[in-house]
Design a protein around this ligand. Structure first.
Ligand code: FAD
Ligand code: MLT
Ligand code: ZN
Length: 479
């Protein structure tokens, strides 16, 4: 089918610069970041203003087209990828990337939704403040995508998920209505808190065009350490000890197994000599905005206690910024290490903190029964009860075929274990297209019914990101 008339109509609406119809330039937008799925789209639209987003939505509805909102396209679950019908256009927010305002006394930053996360971090830092959202994809993911996925990352243990950082939102609904709720208020009990509908709903309820984020004081001091864990070290008890003794200054508690560390150090040009003990390793960080606290001294004392407990074989305190950066580089390079090897089947497991060890024990036994030679890369945000329990794709096999096989068998067994511990199959990566069947399988029936009602109320004709997250009430409406 030719879409020439549609393309011209969008050009008339938002100008030549906002409409990409060259298939070669469209291609990077129609494949997910792990290259597991390729959809199709006849155009990528790049609006420059919120009224243009509203105009696009209205025209798409008149033309019977669907819309997939896209930020940096770093989603791990195909949330930003169109289906294969060809009738979904991609609305990329990348031209809407401005910092609207920093208010140092309210400690907020107001941004366009297409702003890249590092740009917003840098703007906050220039004002002496911290945007406490940090993840491996921060150089390419965009605030609208972070909101769409309710991104987590590396400092959730102190600052919470994206949801905890959002004070206000501007969004376009499926009929073109603009919700202007760019408030800086900490307190605002004036009825339904509608912004939460857009956070974590993966572009299915509205297109976020702007946001107000809460900032924190910039850390003046940080203390960072690498812990080599003894065999059988109890992660949760260790976390409790560090949390209790670090005077609420704990910002990071990241777990890594030796296999994950090796994947990262294989990629890093001059890797530091940090490694894992038999129980793995922990990257721990304390931060404070006060100049008056001796964080190194505090962390040293905490680590001394941990070593005494025999849970930690060795602990290294970063002596300067470059040692700290080297430790962080190892943690942050693990996903790239997995990718370079031949990728991984990712399991973004969430369990109550108290069940972390049970999950590791039960999952380990399950993997051994499934295939003794399977290689795992296990790491993650243990401080948040979130493990990345990834199965490495062997170097010499077809990545997609292997992923499908594991996802149809072992993955479900792992999710069953998580569910049996009152946990879930997606901690921070979302549902997207890839995990929709898991939501159907593991989701509470009442909660799913409520989600469908919300979807139907916000988007009765299933215009927005149809095929992701949840079906509306009428399954016939699926785009
Ligand atoms: P996209 O991938 O473009 O979109 C994600 C979803 O949001 C889609 O459903 C899309 O439709 C929707 N969306 C995008 N923009 C909008 C908008 N303006 N309005 C409404 N909906 C929108 N995630 C974590 O949570 N924690 C991590 O630690 C983490 N680490 C990562 C490390 C690497 C190396 C990579 C590649 C990814 C990582 N991720 C992580 C996953 C990913 O980066 C996050 O989900 C991120 O928030 C996605 O942002 P994005 O701009 O790329 O969104
Ligand atoms: C991370 O924490 O590094 C990512 O969320 C997990 C991944 O990339 O697999
Ligand atoms: Zn993560």
């Amino acid at each position: 089918m030719s879409y020439a008339v549609h393309i011209q109509a969008f050009r008339d609406l938002i100008g030549q610069a906002g409409v990409v119809d060259d298939p070669e330039r469209i291609a990077p937008y129609t494949t997910d970041q792990r290259q597991l799925f390729t959809g199709s789209s006849f155009a990528v639209l790049k609006p420059a203003t919120t009224p243009q987003v509203a105009d696009i939505v209205k025209l798409a509805a008149r033309l019977g087209l669907g819309i997939v909102p896209q930020g940096g396209n770093t989603s791990y679950c195909g949330g930003a990828t169109p289906d294969t019908s060809g009738r979904q256009i991609i609305v990329s927010l990348e031209r809407m990337d401005g910092i609207r305002e920093i208010d140092p006394f309210s400690m907020t930053v107001s941004v366009d939704a297409g702003a890249i996360l590092t740009k917003v971090q840098d703007a906050a830092a220039a004002a002496g403040l911290l945007l406490p959202l940090s993840l491996g994809a921060e150089g390419s993911c965009r605030i609208g995508g972070n909101i769409g996925t309710n991104a987590g990352g590396l400092s959730v243990v102190k600052y919470g998920m994206t949801r905890d950082l959002i004070l206000g939102v501007e969004a376009v609904l499926s009929d073109g209505t603009v919700v202007s709720d760019m408030r800086k208020l900490r307190k605002n009990n004036t009825g339904y808190d509608v912004k939460h509908c857009f956070i974590g709903s993966e572009g299915t309820l509205g297109i976020v065009t702007g946001a107000v984020l809460r900032l924190a004081p910039s850390p003046a001091r940080r203390a960072t350490a690498w812990l080599k864990l003894a065999a059988g070290a109890p992660l949760v008890e260790l976390l409790a000890l560090v949390r209790r003794q670090s005077a609420d200054l704990l910002t990071t508690f990241e777990f890594m197994t030796s296999r994950s560390i090796a994947l990262a150090t294989d990629v890093i040009i001059n890797p530091p000599s940090v490694g894992a003990g038999p129980g793995g390793a922990i990257l721990v960080e304390l931060a404070s905005s006060s100049d008056h606290l001796d964080l190194d001294g505090l962390l040293e004392a905490v680590l001394g206690e941990a070593v005494e407990s025999r849970w930690v074989d060795d602990a290294y305190l970063a002596q300067n910024g470059s040692q700290r950066a080297a430790m962080w580089e190892v943690r942050e390079t693990i996903p790239e290490g997995e990718k370079r090897r031949n990728g991984s089947v990712k399991h973004d497991i969430s369990v109550p903190l108290s069940a972390i060890q049970s999950f590791l024990d039960l999952a380990g036994a399950q993997v051994r029964t499934y295939a003794a030679d399977l290689e795992l890369s296990v790491y993650g945000h243990v401080g948040d009860g979130n493990l990345h329990y990834n199965v490495l794709v062997p170097p010499d096999v077809d990545r997609i075929e292997f992923s499908r096989e594991v996802e149809g068998s072992l993955s479900l067994q792992l999710y069953d274990i998580a569910a049996s511990l009152d946990g879930t199959f997606s901690a921070e990566h979302g549902v997207g297209r890839f995990k929709r069947h898991l939501l159907e399988k593991y989701g509470d029936a009442g909660r799913l019914a409520a989600m469908r009602r919300i979807k139907t109320a916000f988007d009765p004709s299933n215009l927005l990101n149809a095929g992701a997250v949840v079906y509306p009430l009428e399954r016939d409406n699926i785009g």
